[in-house]
Design a protein around this ligand. Structure first.
Ligand code: EPS
Length: 379
């Protein structure tokens, strides 16, 4: 079983991802891993913290000569802004953040809650996902993510391979597939920032090259759509997750929603085994299993809860009305969110791949992957 946990406070010494069940024999590309961490720090509208940090992951365990051992991997991302011991408590909880519920729940301080609830934790999740996507790449599985809307500005997707879409996205200041609209978007972010406010948006992740049958229809907690929804919904500030046509399916008839099944002999030797669909409204998942089509997932991010022009709150000591606390914040972190979602999705898909093809070594997984496709083609 491939799984991970994270540890670390936003202003503590470091963030850590502990990855267990990762197969032996993967040669790690450290630069590619750090590239995802750098992308997470970017995107127009980020706050002052990102000018302090230069995120990079250090392996504390699980590697020998750059190759995974099959033992637990501990990944560390250092916090340059490590000042937790000097920080004061916060007495005015921010609406929309963990401050109030967390302090009440733990009978403790707001500081102890916000330090862990902060989206800084996602650096550890991206490190874990960025490693997992290197395992996926061995099997020809590719992952990419981008921003599809920001506030009330909608950009949507584009046709093309993930490699083409990724290069286009990398020319956009907000990681969308429509860089020609960047001036309009950055102007909007500037305007909202000047007003002391924040803005959210919708991000999309796609996975291509998937074999048929990752996940399972057999038990609720093995369904891959359910696992993806939980993993993505748990990302800070996410309020909604949809797969494929998602919420729109509820407004359409069955004949307009389900993807008809065809067969193309020339695709018999690909992971989709020759089965083709004229549409992909299912987003690559049927009954909790991959069906050989690209996986398409979207997530809605609410505007960040820390506002320069704060909303009404109370002082927890006096219970009297006061403005919520403000130290510093991002105006817009939707671009960063697209990086987080894509890497979190990568990890869940890698976990399902390990489940189907075995997790002791990459070499054994490759052999079983080949054998499965040989058997499936003989049906
Ligand atoms: C973040 C670092 C944090 C916040 C942000 C995410 O740094 P600091 O609190 O020192 O400014 O900028 O966290 C939040 C959005 C939040 O609401 O807590 C990061 O590295 O992503």
């Amino acid at each position: 079983m491939l799984r991970y946990l994270t540890a670390g406070e936003s202003h503590g010494p470091a963030l850590v991802a502990l990855i267990d069940g990762f197969p032996a024999g993967l040669t790690v590309d450290q630069a590619a891993l750090d590239h995802e961490l750098v992308r997470r720090q970017g995107g127009y509208g980020r706050g002052g913290r990102q000018r302090i940090e230069t995120d990079s992951a250090t392996f504390l365990s699980g590697l020998w000569r750059g190759v995974t051992l099959g033992s637990p991997l501990a990944l560390e991302v250092i916090n340059r802004d490590a000042k937790l011991e000097r920080l004061e408590d916060v007495d005015r909880p921010r609406p929309g953040h963990a401050d109030l519920a967390g302090a009440v729940k733990h009978l403790g301080s707001v500081r102890s809650v916000l330090e862990r609830a902060s989206a800084r934790e996602t650096a550890a999740r991206v490190a874990a996902g960025a490693l997992a996507r290197q395992l996926l790449a061995v099997f020809g599985i590719d992952v990419a993510g981008w921003v599809v809307s920001l506030g009330d500005l909608e950009f949507g997707g584009r046709e093309g391979s993930l490699a083409e879409l990724r290069s286009l996205r990398d020319t956009s200041a907000i990681y969308s597939l429509h860089p020609e609209r960047d001036p309009e978007v950055t102007e909007m972010i500037d305007r909202i920032g000047k007003e002391g406010d924040t803005v959210g948006g919708i991000v999309e992740a796609q996975v291509t090259g998937l074999p048929v049958g990752l996940g399972s229809h057999i038990q609720w907690d093995r369904k891959l759509d359910g696992r993806l929804a939980q993993a993505v919904m748990s990302i800070q500030a996410i309020k909604g997750v949809e797969i494929g046509m998602g919420f729109e399916t509820a407004r359409r008839r069955g004949s307009e929603v389900h993807d008809e099944i065809g067969y193309d002999e020339s695709l018999r030797n690909t992971p989709q085994l020759g089965f083709v669909r004229p549409t992909n409204n299912a987003g690559g998942l049927e009954a909790g299993m991959t069906n050989g089509q690209p996986l398409v997932l979207r997530a809605a991010m609410k505007p960040i809860a820390t506002l320069r022009k704060p909303l009404g709150s109370i002082n927890l000591a006096t219970k009297q009305p006061e403005s919520a606390a403000y130290e510093r914040s991002d105006v817009c972190a939707v671009s960063a969110c697209s990086v987080i979602v894509e890497n979190v999705v990568a990890f869940e898909v890698a976990a399902a791949l390990v489940e189907k093809f075995g997790g002791d070594s990459v070499e054994e997984m490759q052999a079983r992957f080949e054998q499965f496709h040989t058997l499936a083609r003989q049906r």
